[in-house]
Write a protein that binds this ligand. Structure first.
Ligand code: PLP
Length: 401
């Protein structure tokens, strides 16, 4: 996605002083590169894109077009995947709470449900007994990957509930036990080796090789060096994740006839660098020696706190030189600071362009103080409006006045 002063100036004139820029080309590249990197080590590999990270339909459709799965965690996201044209057999439903009637409908369509609780297992068992359709069922697994977290997701593979669920899915008629799944939130590469080791140990112990093994999401994506430098741990590359995880899997299966499909469920790793946020400086003031520029835009738009995101200033005029100026958001939250201690020229009307806004940003923007800004894709020849600006009615039509 090409950005320069002229492009931003023209977009501001047409779409207003704040908007997101969606980079569909980069998303496509990331998906292909990540898939190729893992496949080079273990060929029967695929990606299940985590919808919740950024469920912009354009991204979901690209995943589908490139042959990936949809990883969803709610009935809302199931509906979205179907609306994006995804075959139910390519949809994997995780998530701790699933609305039973929707789950039933989804299973009868051929979707995969990864069970996360005993009550879900009982419900599915009863459904399987009554139906003549085959239900695709997986189990979410939980074990120690030495990350210091007792995760709330999945079944403790050492526990009785796990045994019960495994027995249900392997002995109930009409249930096709399709995969084991796990997800751990910490993104450091060592936990990726640990999660795969945990999975292959489990396969060995229970003596089952399912059609797929799904090792979840939680990878860092690509980012500018200035952002990497603000993390306390190193940011692994796709290759480092693939070597840490897929190699263990490839090694385990090298002498076996079965080669189950290995899945990962990335969100941030493919979408993190696929959105920018553009805001405009509206006021500049000095309070007790500190310069502050108020921006149409907020931390709530970029979902990054406590760090200075990668930022570029697009000047609309000559501007004045400031030292250690903070860019602050439109909300009334004292701590709504988009960027701390900027030193350089700035003027009212200048635009700031913040990168790496692709994950957990648009989907987590609350309707707080202002409706959200439009989302534009400028990768093609024409500007594509991916999401129009929200209006007063978008926010208030569910209230009774
Ligand atoms: C089950 C599951 N899969 C995948 C993801 C995607 O994680 P990320 O965006 O960190 O890659 C999450 C995130 O919470 C998750 O809960």
């Amino acid at each position: 996605m090409l950005i320069n002063d002229e492009i931003i100036f023209n977009l501001k004139a047409e779409y207003g002083d704040a908007f997101y820029l969606l980079d569909s080309e980069q998303f496509r590249k990331n998906f292909i590169e990540l898939k190729d990197t893992f496949s080079a080590i273990y060929p029967n590999f695929n990606i299940a894109y985590s919808y919740k990270t950024n469920y912009t339909p354009k991204f979901c459709k690209i995943v589908n077009e490139l042959g990936g799965y949809a990883e969803v965690v709610s009935e809302m996201e199931v509906e979205l995947a179907l609306k994006c044209g995804v075959d139910p057999r390519r949809i994997i439903w995780n998530g701790p709470i699933k609305e039973p009637e929707k789950m039933k409908e989804f299973l009868l369509y051929g979707g995969t449900v990864n069970i996360d609780s005993i009550s879900e297992a009982e419900f599915i068992k009863n459904l399987a007994i009554k139906t003549n359709k085959t239900l695709n069922i997986g189990i979410r697994c939980n074990y120690d990957v030495n990350d210091g977290v007792v995760s709330r997701f999945g079944f403790d593979v050492e526990g009785n509930d796990f045994k019960k669920v495994l027995s249900i899915v392997t002995t109930t008629p009409n249930i096709h036990f399709i995969n084991f799944q796990c997800h751990f939130a910490k993104r450091q590469v060592e936990y990726w080796t640990a999660r795969v080791k945990g999975m292959v140990e489990l396969l060995d112990r229970v003596g089952i090789i399912p059609e797929r093994v799904d090792i979840g999401g939680g990878l860092f994506g690509k980012m500018a060096d200035s952002l990497k430098a603000q993390f306390t741990s190193v940011i692994p590359s796709y290759k480092e994740y693939a070597e840490a995880a897929a190699s263990v899997f490839a090694d385990y299966f090298k002498d076996k006839n079965a080669k189950p499909e290995l899945l990962i469920e990335p969100g941030s790793a493919v979408v993190g660098d696929c959105m920018k946020f553009v805001g405009t400086v509206k006021t500049i003031k000095n309070v007790r020696g500190k310069y502050m520029a108020s921006v149409l835009g907020s931390q709530k738009n970029i979902s990054m706190t406590g760090i200075n995101p990668p930022m570029e200033v697009i000047h609309m005029s000559e501007g004045t030189y400031y030292e250690k100026l903070d860019f602050v958001g439109f909300t009334c939250i004292e701590g709504d600071v988009l960027y701390k201690n900027y030193t350089g020229k700035i003027a009212v009307d200048d635009a700031i362009v913040i990168s790496n806004c692709g994950s957990y940003s648009l989907v987590m923007k609350p309707p707080f103080i202002l409706p959200n800004f439009p989302v534009l894709d400028i990768c093609g020849k024409k500007v594509e409006v991916i999401k129009r600006a929200e209006t007063f009615d978008d926010i208030f039509h569910t209230f009774n006045f």
